[in-house]
Design a protein around this ligand. Structure first.
Ligand code: MG
Length: 204
């Protein structure tokens, strides 16, 4: 399986990092070794002094497809979970400055915690109106709604599948809203979709 991630998909997050708003979705990938499951602790890697949390809705791809038409895109994912796109912001800033790819800052081991549970897509009244949030040590850090995505789920799937074949079991991180911040050893991060707890992990 592979993990496809969308960057710069919420205007308030683009603004907080002073990035430009892209016309097409920005995509990057994480390898399977980035996955962190079953609420296992996240260990801050030695190579970064500035690991940021990015809470994101995650699509679970349910069948193989390429060149998917936007109007059929909803049939290619069956469930929505919650993940954290951990980012070594110090490394990423350096890579961006040099015009280099982001992998070292984004794709490292354990950089993709994903909820054990995925909520069937059919259980949502409106996929374009899903609230989600991240709390750290009991206080709210990030909070948003899928309606604020610049590129909604169907557009992401249609776009990505023009370049990369989607396979059943792939995960798609759909971008983070504002409020990204550094994590510290000892932090407890808890993620919610609506008021359902999806993810709880300790930073070590
Ligand atoms: Mg992200």
């Amino acid at each position: 399986m592979k993990i496809i991630c969308i960057g710069r998909n919420y205007a308030d997050h683009i603004a907080e990092l002073h990035n430009a708003t892209p016309a097409a979705p920005v995509i990057f990938m994480k390898p399977e070794t980035a996955l962190l499951q079953r609420n296992q602790p996240f260990f801050i890697p030695a190579f970064s002094q500035d690991i940021h949390h990015e809470i994101e809705l995650v699509l679970r791809v349910s069948k193989n497809g390429r060149h998917i038409d936007e109007q059929f895109a909803h049939t290619y994912f069956d469930a929505i979970g919650l993940g954290i796109d951990f980012t070594a912001r110090d490394l990423q800033s350096e890579l961006k400055k040099q015009g280099l790819p982001w992998e070292l800052a984004k794709a490292f081991d354990g950089s993709a915690p994903v909820s054990e549970q995925f909520i069937p897509a059919t259980e949502f009244a409106d996929l374009a109106n899903i609230n989600f949030r991240l709390e750290a040590n009991g206080s709210r850090r990030q909070s948003s709604n899928s309606s604020l995505m610049l590129h909604p789920f169907a557009k992401i799937i249609a776009f990505v599948s023009q370049y990369i074949t989607l396979k059943q079991g792939d995960l798609i991180f759909t971008g983070t809203p504002a409020g990204v911040a550094a994590v510290q050893a000892g932090d407890e991060l808890v993620g919610f979709i609506e008021d359902q707890e999806m993810l709880r992990l300790r930073v070590r």
